[in-house]
Design a protein around this ligand. Structure first.
Ligand code: GDD
Ligand code: MG
Length: 351
């Protein structure tokens, strides 16, 4: 069976001040009124038969339970991480747990903070990827690059996999290349962005991880073996899990494995990592403005204005991102919103 595995461990610092350590962006209500986490769970439910596994920080257990309950989904498991050890460890923990009951399990790994509006198209991509996973591939979903973004993985499309429509060998996988390298890839045209969603046979991903990052595999295995378990909630053992090196699945496995495949997809997809991407995925008015909440825009253009707190009014400005919550306000050029992390760093350093 294919089981959705929702990764919900990031803290989304570039979406400050809405995204906070204790309430990261994936749990904040978005345009739909639901959170990106909830939308992801519903999208997974429409694409698979199985209940989801959620892997998240122990600190987010109750938000996760509440948000699942609010959309009427009961999870197969909630896996709690005592400390964040990145996506290789998170995925390995889910894989080990699923293998306990189903040696043929496959993981549909989904980041919890992406915007994918077309559930139908997504479900048909997942269906198209299934036969490739069944014959022993780690399947990635490739997005046509819109620019030489350096925050993504790049996948070079190789030969078609015979008998499996739409799926190709992944000839190379390069995580977060330098700007010049990314530009070369975009120009060459054979490359896709890695969407961050994967279809992974559980036994295969554990085997590949044991091969390429044996320490992660071993420590996660003992964190699962020594986990505290109660009614659908698994608390990974802190000592073992903390000992696992922190590395993403992209570096740990995807860059090194010979089993990777890619399913290129025209899916509308956005990693809503910063306010500029929130503007990208929003409806714009005639002046190119988007926003949400308690806001008034007069003689304002190409801006994203959002308030969960006080009334925010703008006049005579363009190209800004203005985001207010009840206790903090961000004002930046929209094009620089990727740099908001720097503010959060100052906040942490300054106490
Ligand atoms: N449970 C858990 N634990 N989840 C985690 C952890 C962790 O320690 N670290 C990250 N995640 C979750 C994040 O919340 C997010 O949903 C997903 O895993 C991916 O992590 P990011 O930190 O957002 O990765 P990225 O955006 O830098 O890169 C990945 O996604 C890109 C596409 O958005 C890579 O897969 C790239 O190759 C890819 O292009
Ligand atoms: Mg991301």
């Amino acid at each position: 069976t294919v089981v959705p595995v929702i990764l919900s461990g990031g803290s989304g610092t570039r979406l400050w001040p809405v995204s906070r350590k204790l309430s990261p962006k994936q749990f904040a209500p978005m345009l739909s009124g639901r959170s990106l986490f909830q939308d992801t769970v519903l999208r997974a439910a429409a694409a698979t038969e199985a209940a989801p596994v959620v892997v998240c920080s122990g600190a987010h257990r109750f938000v996760v339970e509440e948000q699942l309950d609010a959309i009427g989904i009961s999870p197969a498991l909630i896996v709690l991480e005592p400390v964040a050890r990145n996506t290789a460890a998170a995925i390995a923990a889910a894989a080990e747990l699923l293998l306990e009951t189903d040696p043929d399990a496959a993981l549909l790994v989904l980041p919890s903070d992406h915007f994918v509006p077309d559930e139908e198209a997504f479900a048909s991509d997942v269906r198209a990827a299934l036969p490739a996973a069944a014959v022993g591939h780690l399947v990635t979903f490739g997005i046509t690059p819109a620019c030489a973004h350096t925050g993504y993985g790049y996948i070079r499309q190789g030969a078609p996999i015979s008998g499996i429509p739409r799926v190709f060998e992944a000839e190379r996988f390069v995580e977060k290349p330098a700007r010049g390298v990314a530009e070369g890839y975009v120009e060459e045209g054979k490359w896709h962005w890695n969407s961050g969603m994967f279809l992974l046979p559980a036994a295969l991903v554990v085997r590949e991880l044991s091969l390429h990052e044996p320490d992660v595999a071993a420590h996660v295995r003992s964190a699962v073996a020594r986990a505290a378990r109660s009614a659908g909630v698994v608390e990974l053992d802190e000592e073992s899990f903390a000992a696992a090196p922190s590395v993403s699945i992209d570096y740990a496995v995807m860059e090194r494995t010979s089993k990777a495949a890619v399913l290129p997809t025209p899916l509308k997809w956005n990693d809503v990592g910063a306010w500029s991407s929130m503007w990208d995925v929003s409806q714009h008015d005639a002046e190119g403005n988007a926003g949400r909440g308690n806001v008034i825009m007069v003689d304002t253009a190409d801006s994203y204005v959002h308030s969960d707190g006080p009334l925010v009014a703008t006049l005579g400005v363009h190209g800004l991102a203005v985001v207010a919550t009840k206790d903090a306000v961000l004002v930046t050029e929209r094009g620089r919103s990727e740099e908001v992390r720097a503010i959060v760093e100052v906040l942490h350093d300054g106490g």
